[in-house]
Write a protein that binds this ligand. Structure first.
Ligand SMILES: [Zn+2]
Length: 432
């Protein structure tokens, strides 16, 4: 599909034209204005000692490689945002692989490392994961999750309609059903995006300095913190000036929390989730009827226990758990504090539950386990109801913590870059 058509479909014609005007103001004839915006973006991040990930279209990297090199030297991670800014969901498999491969080569020719990607318009098809694996990428970030964080009564019905059109166009999952957590698919990590983004708040909801972004992102931080999940902010660097206060307030709020929020780039989140998913936990039944547990995982991995007697040092953690301080450790529990699965469980479920941090055993003895999951569906999905089914009732459980060190939740600052100049922006319509 042509970029103009995709743009109109995404934004509605009125918003699309309004966006066109904003583009004319936002980009200049040279890259100067965008370089200034990127500099302001990085300076805010530097104030809080953190970095961001910016997916960039490869053809734009090729035209302005020195500008991107300078940002990379200041700690910014770049990811692939297509070779051209087109709708990749329309590409057949071979072309998709070709596009990703060409984009990856363009980044490496420019001396800018890129191990992940996010597609333009967040549009993808069923081939995407296989194509990304074949291209040798580490992570992708295309699935969005929509959070209900816009204060009620603050927007007009027509603005709300434009906002909801974006949620539909992006194919966002509602946060009431889907937790915001990374997930491994084969060798790839999928990092979900949190909506609303800057475009939805500033353009669609017409926030002319009303503090909507500040309020929405502050609520989104609180919601993800409470649930120990990931907040992947999407803020297009061309709107840095308009979002500077919201970004500073978000980072300041995140850094004032204790236990902390892990503010990380997407490549760090991907590396952590992969390493954590590869952790091994071994359990021995002792002669006295206790359980001896040891584990092998990345540095900073927390092992948590709830409602079991731990013969070793622990310290308080969140949601009624305690963190076990050393290993091996002996636990005394009247019931196995793990997740039991019947042998008939579809094959991909045990790996998914382990990714969620649970210790999984296959057994027909349902009464031996504090949590026994029978009748799981054929396709493994992470849903809030699944997590509630496992966590409810304060039953004895031992599991892996989600984030490194003492972090309770995670925050990734990301922002797509489609263009550095008005010429780049115009070339998008020709598919360049
Ligand atoms: Zn884009």
């Amino acid at each position: 599909m042509k970029p103009v058509v995709v743009g109109v479909r995404a934004k509605g014609l009125g918003n699309y034209l309004a966006r066109g005007q904003a583009i004319v103001k936002g980009y200049g004839l040279t890259s100067l204005r965008m370089v200034h915006a990127l500099d302001q973006f990085i300076r805010i991040l530097e104030q809080f000692h953190c970095n961001a990930t910016c997916p960039v279209t490869a053809s734009v990297v090729m035209r302005h490689s020195r500008d991107f090199e300078r940002c990379a030297a200041r700690g910014m991670e770049f990811a692939i945002h297509g070779y051209h800014h087109i709708d990749h969901s329309q590409l057949p498999y071979e072309q998709l692989v070709h596009d990703l491969y060409r984009a990856k080569m363009a980044f490496s020719a420019a001396g800018i490392p890129a191990s992940g990607f996010r597609l333009p318009y967040l549009q993808f098809n069923g081939h995407l994961r296989r194509a990304a694996e074949e291209t040798g990428l580490d992570y992708l970030s295309n699935q969005s999750i929509a959070w209900d964080v816009v204060p009620a009564g603050s927007v007009t019905p027509s603005a709300l309609a434009a906002y909801e059109r974006a949620i539909e166009f992006y194919g966002a999952w509602p946060s009431v059903e889907s937790p915001s957590l990374p997930r491994m698919y084969g060798t790839l990590v999928e990092i979900p995006i949190s909506l609303p983004d800057d475009e939805m708040l500033l353009d669609r909801l017409n926030d002319g300095g009303g503090g909507l972004a500040e309020q929405a992102w502050s609520r989104l931080l609180a919601e993800t913190y409470e649930r120990e999940e990931l907040f992947t902010l999407m803020l297009h660097p061309e709107r840095t000036a308009r979002c500077a206060l919201a970004l500073s307030q978000l980072l300041s709020a995140a850094q004032s929390l204790d236990p902390p929020v892990w503010v990380a780039r997407m490549n760090q989140i991907s590396a952590w989730w992969r390493a954590r998913s590869g952790s091994e936990v071994s359990i021995d039944d002792t002669a006295e009827g206790d359980l001896r547990i040891r584990w092998n995982g990345p540095e900073g991995l927390a092992i948590l226990a709830r409602n079991v007697e731990v013969r070793g040092q622990t310290r308080p953690w969140t949601q009624g758990y305690r963190r076990i301080e050393s290993q091996p450790v002996v636990l005394s529990s009247r019931i196995r504090p793990f997740v039991g699965l019947p042998r008939s469980t579809p094959a991909d479920w045990p790996a998914l539950l382990r990714q969620l941090g649970y210790i999984v055993e296959t057994s027909s003895e349902s009464h031996a386990y504090s949590v026994y999951l029978d009748q799981l569906g054929p396709a493994p999905e992470i849903t809030r109801s699944l997590l509630a089914r496992i966590e409810e009732g304060n039953r004895p459980l031992v599991k892996l913590g989600r984030w490194p060190g003492d972090a309770r939740s995670a925050l990734a600052i990301t922002g797509d870059i489609d263009a550095l100049t008005i010429w780049d922006y115009g070339l998008r319509f020709l598919g360049h």
